[in-house]
Design a binder for this molecule. Structure first.
Ligand code: AGP
Length: 362
């Protein structure tokens, strides 16, 4: 059928969409560049950013995880405070808002009912709204004041992959253009760094054999798994855990490395897989300390580190990229680990049970 043609030689859309990530990042760099080669965003959106005293990011699932990283980007680069909220929680339990909030809705489909419920509510209150979506003309795009598009091309697999990295790229660009509009110095060239990211993504997409091997070694017989990290690595771990749960049905949780010892470590048994991310220099030693704690209780560790921070015991090393942008590439081995775990368990990778691509009920 037609969908088979679109999949080409790929067994599943998810694998195709994982492989498209370098292309998508290059497309985003191109699309968000002006004729002078500078990054550019609709000036009305930048004004809305500059006139707000706090950004509230609203999203669900993978898009929520992208929002957590986006907070890091916007606060670090543009020095603007950001809160990130799960849409379905925010709608019933709104926090005390600042005087000039800007609401950013992140949604691949632009149709998520939980996010729309928040949009309707904050519009009633008269606040400004921006939707970051992959689907032009989607409900959230039509109903918000402004839209930024992901340009990731249709994402068919229920498990989101390229939309996540596209969301991160667009959020980084938004942060960069906002900072520059205010004369806030940005000490790196984002276009250049995103180019490096796209190349690194290619290297990772070419490492499938090794990642398949890792996936077998760590996840073939297990019923559960843990992902740990600190800072942005923690947020990427949450996404890695969601991917694994969603398509392989292995119970997985992402934890902040330092939080394990406050309860969760009780779950570690002989052979429990613990996937640790180590891409941030400032917490490299502390996350490795957390790995030692779980290994002492019998865990089977898989350390994914960034080149330059790697150590002998590491299972997989990702290429060196700008430290702030590591989530754009560290997520790829996690997407692939989940993919192969699902494949080896004979799961329907693209259509996991109980799930729909866009959740249009609250
Ligand atoms: C991702 O793998 C999930 N299928 C899911 O969490 C998804 O990200 C969530 O439902 C939000 O969808 P949206 O981005 O289309 O709003």
């Amino acid at each position: 059928d037609a969908s088979d043609i679109e999949k080409g030689t790929y067994p599943y859309y998810m694998l195709k969409e994982i492989d498209e990530q370098p292309l998508v990042v290059r497309k985003i760099i191109q699309t968000y560049q002006n004729e002078q080669g500078a990054l550019t965003i609709d000036p009305e959106i930048i004004t809305a950013m500059n006139e707000s005293d706090r950004v509230y990011i609203i999203a669900a699932g993978t898009s929520y995880h992208a929002g957590l990283v986006g907070k890091q980007f916007i606060e670090t680069i543009a020095k603007l405070p950001v809160e990130v909220h799960i849409a379905s929680e925010f709608v019933y339990n709104m926090p005390l808002l600042t005087k000039k909030p800007l609401f950013i809705f992140i949604s691949q489909s632009g149709e998520t009912a939980d996010s729309r419920a928040v949009l309707v509510k904050v519009k009633e209150l008269g606040y400004r709204t921006l939707t970051i979506t992959n689907v032009p003309g989607s409900t959230l795009s039509r109903e918000a004041d402004y839209t930024l598009l992901l340009h990731a091309g249709p994402e068919i697999a229920v498990a989101s992959s390229k939309a996540y990295t596209a969301q991160l790229a667009v959020l980084a660009i938004l942060a960069d253009v906002t900072a520059k509009s205010q004369g806030i110095p940005v000490d790196f060239d984002l276009i250049h760094e995103l180019g490096i990211i796209a190349n690194a993504m290619e290297v990772l997409c070419d490492s499938k054999e090794l990642i398949e091997h890792i996936s077998r070694e760590f996840l073939s017989v297990t019923r559960n798994a843990f992902f740990i990290g600190r800072g942005v690595d923690y947020y990427v771990g949450l996404e890695g855990a969601l991917k694994l749960k969603e398509i392989s049905y292995i119970q997985a949780e992402g934890f902040a490395g330092g939080e394990l010892k406050h309860g969760t470590i009780a779950l570690i048994e002989e052979g429990t897989p613990v996937i640790a991310l180590a891409t941030q220099e400032s917490v490299n030693l502390s996350i490795r300390g957390n790995v030692k704690e779980v290994v002492a209780r019998g865990a089977n560790p898989c350390i994914i580190s960034m080149d330059g921070l790697n150590m002998d015991e590491d299972s997989f090393v990702i290429p060196e990229v700008h430290e702030l942008l590591t989530p754009l590439i560290s997520v790829i081995p996690l997407q692939l680990i989940a993919y192969y775990a699902a494949l080896h368990r004979d799961c329907d990778v693209d259509k996991p049970r109980n799930l729909a691509k866009s959740v249009t009920v609250e």
